[in-house]
Design a protein around this ligand. Structure first.
Ligand SMILES: Cc1cc2nc3c(=O)[nH]c(=O)nc-3n(C[C@H](O)[C@H](O)[C@H](O)COP(=O)(O)O)c2cc1C
Length: 499
């Protein structure tokens, strides 16, 4: 199933009763907004996606704000045309592994591209009036999130499409009592591109361009077909075009349109397109507080800025806002599903005994095997799988801080079940691995920061929670647990009393 655009996905979740309009006034002002509390409430209640129609302190009241559209594993699966999270993940990982299923994107005429319905030329750009600004939690700045970011390798010309957050500097609070120039506030954007050292693909492009003394063109496409977003936040190998992978996910080519001021292509049905250029000699900016996906405020972060050259958007555009905070939060599952799919795809290619990979909102990696005990291919097989996660393609496996390997009877989505396996199948000294020379997850506040201002190295814990046959035992006590069908049946029989 292919969505034409984000609007089609929103129609689908609305049909299933998972999109509601909110006309109650809600504040999005700096320091006293309602939006972080709302996000927490929605996360605690598996709440629906929302359209916020009445924001107080909002600079563009005519533009509705979509909030929490992806907030459950089920709705994240719906972004790929599925309802079951495991099916969505299996689809993602199978297509990722098989490039014969991918579709190269096609270019369409600019006159047919909805994203070009309205045009704001460079001379008229003043994003304080043209882009929605919302403050969430105690963040110092308002964000452009839900956008895919396109750049080309300055050496090879190959395209990268990644999902990175951007910071608006208009009325942004400076974390060290500095200030932002009027130009930075109205005609520039800053982006979470870790380029020094490069830790994502746009960072690699930027680092190359800076070393060559060349400008780097950039295009930001906000709110596209969700398959494009899923592809953009998948860690495909460097040099691979995520648009072609998105074509595989949607089962047909993504329709692109050429940008006007830069030599880049964006999905034709995006709500907004922002075209720009990073200048090689431009100074990075410091922003903060920034609420991160690990659940802490970074007091400051240092990021590059680019000059905006043109903004185009659809008629009656929509905006999307979100916050990263103590998980779970709206796009948490959308970010995790590609990580799961990416590692699952890599592991299954080498280790057919791997059944599932689940990454919890707090980023514990659980690998479920199809076999356990005497059926494992060899003794210490669980530890072999731990090493394979850390050696998986892509940076997520490499930075997985806590990894647990379980057998097929343990539900990897159920942390209580995972704890049962750890509690009853693990001897901590014998069955765990401490890797002392790991790459840290870049936002982990428990890892010591390097000279660049963020952590580069840390350590990792792997727990082999499989049954230790044949390593240690020839026999293991049977699990005392009721059959799930019998549990459902007794619930049904006693429904009138137990409800
Ligand atoms: C909503 C959302 C925001 C994200 N923001 C960032 C970000 O600001 N910087 C980053 O490096 N990764 C971010 N990620 C994760 C990247 O999208 C993911 O790692 C992706 O593989 C990056 O593409 P790349 O491998 O081509 O660099 C975000 C993911 C999601 C879902």
């Amino acid at each position: 199933m292919a969505f034409n655009d984000m609007r089609a996905y929103l129609d689908l979740i609305k049909e299933s009763g998972q999109l509601k309009e909110i006309d109650e006034p809600l504040s999005c002002e700096y320091g006293k907004n309602d939006l972080q509390a709302l996000m927490r409430y929605l996360a605690e209640t598996d709440g629906p996606g929302l359209i916020l129609n009445n924001l107080v302190g909002y600079n563009t009241p005519e533009i509705p704000v979509i909030y929490n559209p992806f907030g459950t594993r089920e709705r994240t699966a719906m972004a790929l045309g599925e309802t079951d999270p495991l099916q969505a993940k299996l689809k993602h990982s199978a297509i990722l592994a098989d490039r014969s299923q991918w579709h190269e994107p096609v270019l369409i005429d600019a006159a047919k591209a909805p994203c070009k319905e309205e045009v704001i030329e460079e001379a008229d750009i003043s994003i304080d009036k043209q882009l929605p600004h919302l403050w969430i939690g105690q963040e110092g700045s308002s964000y452009v999130c839900g956008a895919v970011v396109v750049t080309k390798d300055p050496e090879t010309g190959t395209r990268n499409v990644g999902w990175y957050r951007l910071t608006q500097l208009w009325e942004c609070r400076h974390p060290t009592d500095g200030s932002y120039t009027e130009r930075q506030q109205k005609q520039q954007l800053s982006i979470f591109a870790f380029w020094n050292p490069p830790m994502n693909h746009i960072g690699l492009h930027l680092a190359k361009a800076k070393a060559m003394g060349k400008p780097l063109e950039v295009a930001v496409a906000k709110l596209c077909d969700p398959a494009v977003h899923v592809a953009a936040c998948t860690g495909t190998p460097f040099g691979i075009d995520e648009y072609a992978f998105a074509g595989g996910l949607r089962g047909s080519p993504v329709e692109l349109v050429k940008c006007d001021t830069v030599d880049l292509e964006v999905p034709a049905t995006a709500e907004y397109v922002i075209e720009g250029v990073f200048q090689p000699d431009a100074d990075d900016v410091t922003i903060g507080w920034h609420s991160n996906s690990i659940g802490y405020y970074d007091k400051l972060q240092v990021f590059p800025v680019f000059d905006i050259k043109r903004i185009t958007h659809r008629k009656n555009p929509m905006w999307y806002a979100t916050i990263e905070m103590m998980p779970p939060f709206d796009h948490n599952y959308l970010a995790l599903m590609p990580v799961e799919g990416e590692i699952l795809s890599d592991l299954q290619r080498k280790i057919p005994e791997v059944n599932d990979v689940v990454v919890t909102p707090n980023m514990t990696y659980v690998v479920q095997l199809k076999v356990d005990g005497a059926n494992k291919p060899h003794p210490e097989f669980g530890k072999f799988v731990l090493h394979a996660v850390w050696g998986a393609a892509g940076r997520w496996g490499r930075t997985a801080k806590i990894v647990v390997v379980v057998g097929p009877d343990i539900n990897p989505y159920d942390l209580q079940a995972v704890e049962f396996a750890i509690g009853s199948r693990v001897q901590p000294y014998e069955d765990s691995i401490m890797n002392q020379s790991a790459q840290a997850m870049v936002l982990d506040p428990s890892a010591v920061k390097g000279p660049q201002g963020f952590p580069m190295t840390g350590s990792q814990l792997g727990i082999d929670a499989t049954i230790k046959i044949p390593e240690r035992f020839s026999d293991y006590a049977p699990v005392s647990q009721a059959d799930p069908d019998a549990v459902a049946a007794i619930g049904e029989r006693l429904k009138s009393v137990l409800g």
